[in-house]
Design a protein around this ligand. Sequence first.
Ligand code: ADP
Ligand code: MG
Length: 266
Amino acid sequence: MTTPLLEVDHVTKDYVRGGLFSRQNVRAVCDVSFQIDSEKPEIFTIIGESGSGKSTLASMILNLNQPSEGTVRFLGNNLSELRSQEDRTRFMAQVQPIFQNPFEAFNPLKQLDHYLFMTARRFTQAHDDETAMRCADAALVKVGLSLAEVRGRYAHELSGGQLQRIAVARALIPSPRLIVADEPVSMVDASLRMSIVNLFKTLRDDLGISIIYITHDLATAYYISDRIIIMQHGKVVEAGEAKTVLANPQHEYSKQLKNAVLIPLI
Ligand code: ADP
Ligand code: MG
């Protein structure tokens, strides 16, 4: 058997909230385990209502946060043992994030192409301007844009949907194996959501990239997911093939989610 791309192995995260006399332990993520195969790219969806622990789990997969218990491994390497800057940079190149709010992800005072050039210089062999520009353009073409359209523009000049495409292009520059997208369409106009979500399918099918798609939106989850886990209060309450889970949910919470959102769709 080949080493999995990602192993989330009995991961728990506790936060301490409150002051000196009102300390409270919050278990944001509780004993979550799953694996993503390295040879079968997929869209793996984490769905759950606000506060269910989705972003905390994402931050541990991105190595931005350490589990209180359990282990996250990427291609067999325990993330908490990535010590050298070289190891961390190599990891970051392979596991790229896309965040919820593209207007926050890009500094309003910086031209958008600046981010693409910086990423190209940091993670690829593009050490001169011309190579960095070629690299940025190639990434933009993969998301249906081009450098000519983006050159010299600022975040406020573009729509949320266009910005999120640029965020995806930026994420593609280091040639990642995995993209962790935390509610990537919730700030995007409803009419443009499907085009972003379809882009994830293209990345999976054409570039062999696996996507962890985090959402509270059952409709897009149903449409694009290969597998799904449903989270409630930090725990996985249901897991499996997305079509099976969403067509016939077993857990009370999943049934409620489906009744609230999905009934009109299936
Ligand atoms: P979701 O992304 O599903 O909305 P989060 O992972 O953001 O959920 O939050 C899960 C729980 O952990 C919530 O109760 C939230 O208040 C708590 N939480 C998240 N981040 C922190 C933090 N840095 N400190 C304390 N509590 C946190
Ligand atoms: Mg969140």
